[in-house]
Design a protein around this ligand. Structure first.
Ligand SMILES: Nc1ncnc2c1ncn2[C@@H]1O[C@H](COP(=O)(O)OP(=O)(O)OP(=O)(O)O)[C@@H](O)[C@H]1O
Length: 640
């Protein structure tokens, strides 16, 4: 990569990080003496020949300087190669300058969750390759240029939570898979969304009307439509009312259109506040009653244990076999009749009134014995099949385990399996999950059946990465990692889509580190959350686990075979420059794109870097894999 590209990138990062001294910019490994591609600068993805920079992925790095896209886009070699710029979730200031149009190859621009402001540049519509634009959760104001709708490749536009105004351009919504302009100041009639998007995408714009919002546009003219669009043009080129730039403006018209909330807004917000207060009251009431109930049970248990002298252990393996039906052999400490109350059902929809006795009575079949416990397939009385995981791992204490399960039951992702119920006593932890009849990714890769093509492998990698990135993002504060990520914990649902199982069940190394650090800290909760959120290596154990899964997908080989670790084998083959030898023969024989396989291999190798700090975040991994997948999809379209 040319020196001028390197120095421009270093200056760009220095500006972004708010550090004037480019020599000390931030902690990334960007140095003039090294090469962004060959030396794998963090957050940089290059083309397969390692000669030009394609993606800059600098999400969630607490960058608090200024965005200067002109710096990147005014440099011809960078402008000609850059396709993906992602700066989500930092604290970056400034705006998007007109020069963005020179970065002609940009397909994705992600700027969500910063403090960016100003009008969007009028030249944005010149980015004809743009497919994904995310400017949500910033302070942008002004109108959207109607010719934005002319970007024919655009399939995602996210602009929620800004101060944008004027009419929504007539986008071709049939092309879109994501669209959200909620909570802005848009006005007028919503263009035809062809049934692709619901009201949520448009909420919080009091002057907007028409389908899919419940407010129709007939009757009194909607303020801000064509009649006063000129006024609006004037006002929308200005910052929103709370900005100091407009605070001193004496124009009545401007005040009318942008100062203070309207009556409808006040009504809407008070409605939200009332609903919010009600929900909080219900939650507090539920928590109080639950706590009281738990205390009662604990007291009863203690009493019973004291009366009996000791807790009676009931092991159902040795108990009688009723009419030849095998009984569940997970052992449970009988707590004097208190067992049924101790099974915490997390998914009321699926499990209704499941009791521990029901599980124990039901026929069960041992389907696996891993290093952390055994797994049973159980058929409930109503015919529903579940699996019960009996955990022997003692690293997570009971109280912490219960807290984790409650937190995890709140975080929902379609490709992460939530436990349906759990049981936790001093001696025992049980988890109930839905049974997935299509087995695991491990079985698919290493089992007898060997028809698993490249597109499906890439799809599984992309979906799993996105799901994991979502979990890491949602559980960032609590620092709950998966802790045991491997291909046997990636299950396949009815549609052969991957579902991550056993998230957060085992402590993992990250958890143990946190525990050790907590012992040196005074306040349990404060240390728990601050360690998780400030430690850049939290979650990097999962990234490693995911990297190994990628290697399994690419090579079709076991994680360990003939005494050799897969990661070491791959690295040694790549070092010898025999990269082609790494890939699964079946992929080669189906003529899968070697370029994209090499790209995925590069991602995998970065994930399994020995140093946790050097591994990318799951968010970055998901972005990189999505780019590869998008390229694969494009090539398939061309083939057709
Ligand atoms: N919900 C499920 N539905 C169907 N099969 C499952 C389910 N959960 C796990 N399995 C499969 O059952 C087998 C045993 O799983 P188990 O979790 O006991 O072992 P493991 O994942 O190999 O090891 P570990 O104890 O470290 O998790 C694995 O092949 C796994 O893919």
């Amino acid at each position: 990569v040319e020196d001028e590209v390197k120095s421009t990138m270093i200056l760009f990062l220095a500006q972004l990080s708010g550090n004037d001294d480019s020599q000390q910019n931030f902690t990334l490994n960007w140095k003039l003496g090294s090469d962004p591609c060959i030396d794998q600068w963090q957050g940089v993805v290059c083309d397969t020949r390692n000669s030009s920079v394609k993606n800059l992925l600098l999400d969630r790095l607490s960058l608090s300087g200024t965005l200067d896209v002109a710096m990147l886009c005014n440099l011809p070699p960078l402008a000609a190669s850059l396709t993906y710029l992602s700066l989500d979730r930092n604290n970056i200031n400034g705006g998007i300058s007109e020069e963005i149009a020179r970065c002609k190859q940009l397909t994705s621009l992600h700027l969500s969750g910063n403090h960016l402001s100003g009008n969007l540049p009028t030249t944005l519509s010149k980015l004809t390759n743009l497919e994904r634009l995310d400017i949500s959760n910033n302070n942008f104001w002004g109108r959207l240029q109607p010719d934005l709708a002319g970007i024919s490749n655009l399939k995602m536009f996210l602009a929620q939570n800004n101060h944008l105004s004027g009419e929504i351009p007539p986008f071709n919504f049939s092309n879109f898979d994501q669209f959200d302009v909620s909570f802005n100041n848009f006005s007028g009639v919503i263009p035809d969304v062809h049934g692709h998007f619901a009201a949520e995408s448009f909420l919080g714009n009091p002057q907007l009307c028409g389908t899919p919002l419940p407010k129709n546009c007939s009757g009194s003219p909607v303020a801000g439509t064509s009649e006063n669009s000129e006024e609006q043009k004037e006002s929308s080129a200005q910052p929103p009312s709370h900005s100091p730039a407009i605070a001193g403006d004496s124009s009545e018209e401007t005040k009318k259109s942008s100062n203070g909330p309207s009556r409808e807004q006040i009504l809407m917000y008070s409605g939200y506040a009332a609903i919010g207060a009600f929900v909080i009251l219900v939650i507090v009431w539920k928590l109080c009653t639950r706590r009281r109930k738990e205390k009662r049970i604990e007291a009863l248990n203690e009493k019973a244990v004291n009366q009996e002298g000791s807790t009676q252990k009931a092991n159902y393996v040795s108990s009688e076999n009723r009419a030849g039906v095998s009984r569940s052999d997970f052992s449970v400490t009988s707590e004097s009749g208190m067992v049924s109350q101790s099974l915490v059902v997390l998914s009321r929809n699926t499990m209704h009134e499941l009791k521990l006795e029901d599980l124990l009575k039901a026929p069960a079949e041992l389907i696996g014995r891993g290093k952390n416990g055994s797994l049973y397939k159980v058929v409930l009385e109503n015919g529903k099949m579940v699996v019960v995981k009996r955990i022997i791992d003692r690293s997570v204490p009971g109280s912490d385990f219960k807290q984790r399960m409650q937190i995890l039951s709140q975080v929902k992702h379609p490709y992460v399996m939530s436990p349906l119920a759990f049981y936790c006593s001093k001696q025992e932890k049980l988890l109930v999950y839905e049974y997935q009849q299509n087995g695991s990714l491990f079985k698919l890769l290493h089992g007898a059946q060997k028809s698993f093509d490249w597109t499906s492998r890439l799809g599984i990698a992309a979906t799993t990465a996105e799901a994991l990135a979502f979990m890491h993002q949602e559980l960032g504060q609590q620092g709950i990692t998966h802790g045991n990520l491997k291909s046997s914990n990636i299950l396949l649902n009815m549609n052969m889509e991957p579902c991550i199982s056993e998230y957060g069940v085992m402590g993992g190394e990250d958890y143990q580190q946190q525990q050790q650090q907590q012992q040196h800290s005074s306040s349990f909760l404060s240390s728990f959350t601050s360690i998780a959120s400030s430690d850049p290596t939290t979650f990097k154990e999962d990234v490693y686990g995911f990297g190994v899964i990628l290697l399994e997908l690419l090579t079709g080989k076991l994680v360990k075979s003939e005494g050799m670790e897969l990661t070491e084998w791959v690295q040694s083959v790549v070092r010898e420059e025999w990269t082609g030898e790494v890939f699964d023969r079946t992929l080669i024989s189906e003529y899968a794109s070697e370029e994209r396989m090499v790209n995925l291999l590069q991602v995998a190798i970065r994930c399994v870097n020995r140093s946790p700090e050097a591994r990318p975040s799951m968010n970055q991994v998901a972005l990189m894999i999505n780019t590869i997948k998008e390229e694969e999809e494009k090539s398939l379209i061309y083939e057709v």
